[in-house]
Write a protein that binds this ligand. Structure first.
Ligand code: PLP
Length: 456
């Protein structure tokens, strides 16, 4: 049998087994199981910025494998760091012990994150990094003898799927169903001008909402939690400049902790190493995940100030939280190599030109009758599709316009994943110019062709 026939037979078998045994995250399984066998479903390998499916076809990884890949796939420096660690030990517990990779990574994270963050607590997903930040904030106020229970978050925000992070989430589709299980959080509006009726004045309006909520309950709020610069899963909702710094000012004024969730924005996504750098903000707690290990392994971290840490150092105090794989040695070794690569490769200096190139290329869609807006924050992009640009009429969700366009992009060799009617592009920050160009061209062509061929 020819190789491609073998590949096709192997791919069909994998799809059959996938349908029989796997339950996929954030996936309508009825639809998935009835889906197209031949649609790049099973990824067997990666090479640079490409993903390779079970039939041997190559696709540009247009969403950084769910927003986490930084340097590409099978990067020699990270691969060899993991191999090297594997020859020593894959995992040992951080409960009662330490390990060289977890120590090395913590030192680096304190060095590269905003000033004031001095302690690193590991976990294994963005959700757990947030969960930990919430529990630390709650525990901090108890430990200093001024117990508080309230949290404030931003509508359309997403902080993960564990119940604490869902409690401070603001996306009804994902979160509402769990409401009986959640603690109450005060939600203020998103300052994004597209979703906020105040439009260009939204930032000021929302900052006033925050100020009023904190002023109305002095001494009751543990923390404000927010995604800096852009609410990613909420639809790539960018924030006006100054909003993040405004949140820092207000929380400082009311003596409330600020938790900045940089799970999606951290590690070069916004054009800088961290989003906080854009507005020179020093949070009290910072959550990291996704790109922390270069997108290789599930490593996350919650960074805290000395003040918060010290509150857990008093006699008889302990932070009662930790996971079996907290500070996993293989993951930390990958993360150390990824951070070093970011710092030593000059990657940060290449970002401004790429960000500009994305902006220019996608400007072609600015007048498209079915594109409401192209929202961009650094290397993070959301292309919002609408039924009618002139009236702003949305697509019926049942039509799954975003998913349909992403399926069409597969035929042009691009894999990405939508957020409802928003087509997401999130190339790895290290993506080379030629691949980035192909990705941008394929995206524009796909959107143009899809709406030419499909009656609305
Ligand atoms: N926080 C933000 C801002 C995110 O975008 C995400 C995931 O998309 C999370 C937290 C949750 O991360 P994880 O999926 O690793 O649990």
């Amino acid at each position: 049998m020819a190789r491609t026939e073998n590949d096709a037979a192997a791919a069909r078998r994998l799809v059959r087994l996938d349908n029989d045994y796997l339950w996929h995250p954030f996936t309508a399984m009825r639809q998935w199981r009835g889906g197209d066998d031949d649609a790049g479903r099973v990824i067997v390998a990666g090479e640079g910025f490409y993903l390779i499916d079970a039939r041997g076809r190559r696709y540009i990884d247009g969403f950084s494998s769910l927003w986490c890949n930084v340097h590409g796939h099978r990067v020699e420096r990270i691969d060899s760091a993991v191999r090297h660690q594997l020859e020593k030990i894959a995992h040992s517990s951080l409960l009662g012990h330490a390990s060289p990779p977890s120590i090395a990574l913590a030192e680096r994270l304190v060095r590269i994150t905003p000033e004031g963050l001095t302690k690193v607590f590991y976990s294994d997903s963005g959700s757990t990094a947030v969960e930990i930040a919430l529990k630390m904030a709650f525990g901090y106020w108890r430990n200093v003898g001024r117990g508080r229970e309230k949290f404030l978050a931003v509508r359309h925000g997403y902080h993960g799927d564990t119940l604490g992070s869902v409690s401070v989430g603001g996306i009804d589709t994902f979160h509402k169903v769990f409401s009986p299980l959640l603690f109450d959080a005060t939600l203020v509006d998103s300052p994004n001008s597209y979703v906020n009726p105040a439009g260009a004045d939204a930032a000021g309006v929302v900052l006033d909402q925050v100020d009023s909520a904190l002023a109305a309950a002095p001494g009751e709020y543990c923390a404000v939690i927010m995604e800096p610069l852009i609410q990613a899963a909420g639809g790539m909702l960018t924030h006006p400049p100054g909003f993040l710094a405004g949140m820092r000012d207000i929380t400082t004024r009311h003596d409330v902790l600020l938790i900045v969730d940089e799970v999606a924005t951290g590690f070069c996504r916004t054009g800088r190493l961290f989003a906080c750098e854009h507005e020179d903000v020093q949070p009290d707690l910072m959550c990291l995940g996704k790109g922390l290990s270069g997108g290789y392994l599930p490593v996350a971290a919650t960074l805290a100030t000395t003040d918060i840490f010290d509150a857990f150092c008093a006699e008889g105090k302990t932070f009662y939280h930790g996971h079996t794989f907290t500070g996993n040695a293989l993951g930390c070794a990958a993360a150390v190599a990824s951070v070093d690569l970011i710092l030593e490769s000059g990657l940060l200096d290449t970002l401004a030109a790429k960000v500009e190139r994305i902006h220019t290329a996608l400007a072609e869609l600015a007048d498209h009758p079915h594109v409401a807006e192209v929202r961009q924050c650094g290397m993070m992009v959301g292309i919002g599709l609408v039924r009618d640009r002139a009236t702003g009429e949305a697509f019926d969700p049942a039509r799954q316009a975003g998913a349909a366009v992403c399926r069409a992009a597969l035929a042009r060799g691009v894999i990405t994943r939508p957020l409802g009617a928003v087509v997401v592009l999130m190339p790895a920050p290290a993506m080379d110019g030629e691949t980035l160009e192909k990705l941008l061209t394929a995206t524009v062509e796909t959107i143009n062709e899809y709406f030419r061929l499909n009656a609305i």
